[in-house]
Design a protein. Structure first.
Length: 227
């Protein structure tokens, strides 16, 4: 589906491709497909802002050439969390996965990004890893590779996360934000939860069979793309 959308993006306008994706999405809202399409809509394959034409062509070419497993990683990157006394484990591609004492490793096929959040970054800058008694912290740092906290690379990880908490919202999955529950992201993008709610409403609206409703569906879908 991603390769078909990339092909359509070469010959059609981006809003038309996004509307086509939404139509396909409404038909398959009962499985994991919507989650991948949420991330695909936000990816560099369709969102060309801040990418040169050469970069866009390169990303789309690689998507068409690689196998399914690698293509899925490009669309929905793998996110691993490293914490004390716990084996590295996969976590949600979501802002709630950002913890003060955890290191995140993002693999989107094109890049491997290591992200140190606030507490870990302060400990590293203070040189705790070089002091006696902090061998476990040194080991934790060595299990990752480099530091991205506060640097130009941090934005790449934040741009891939589902913004379930933003600078204009203190809610997470319908509940009040708890301490250590994650990090708010400065973005105007809608979250996966809001995206799914809109799709459910549209799916129910369309299934009622009104010709007028069906003729208006395209207009509403275009509005979603601008949220």
């Amino acid at each position: 589906m991603a390769r078909i959308a990339v092909f359509k993006a070469e010959i059609d306008d981006s809003p038309d491709v996004l509307c086509w994706l939404d139509r396909m999405l409404i038909r398959l809202c009962q499985n994991i497909y919507p989650q991948f399409m949420f991330h695909f809509r936000r990816s560099q394959f369709l969102q060309v802002f801040n990418n040169s034409p050469d970069e866009t062509a390169f990303y789309r070419h690689i998507l068409n050439e690689e196998d399914v497993n690698n293509s899925l990683i490009m669309i929905q990157p793998n996110l691993m969390s490293y914490t004390f006394d716990v084996e590295p484990q996969p976590v949600l591609l979501d802002s709630v996965s950002i913890k003060p004492d955890a290191i995140l490793v993002l693999d989107n096929f094109f890049h491997i990004l290591i992200f140190h959040d606030e507490t870990v970054a302060q400990w590293r800058k203070a040189g705790y890893q070089d002091q006696d008694g902090y061998e476990n912290f040194k080991e934790l740092l060595e299990n990752s590779v480099t530091d991205a906290q506060g640097g130009s690379q941090a934005r790449f990880l934040l741009s891939k996360l589902n913004p379930s908490m933003t600078h204009v919202s203190t809610l997470m999955y319908g509940t009040a934000q708890a301490a250590g529950a994650g990090q708010a992201i400065f973005t105007d993008d809608v979250s996966l939860q809001v995206f799914m709610e809109h799709l459910k409403r549209l799916s129910d609206w369309c299934s009622r069979g009104s010709l007028h409703r069906r003729s208006m569906l395209m207009w509403v879908l275009k509005k979603i793309t601008c949220l």
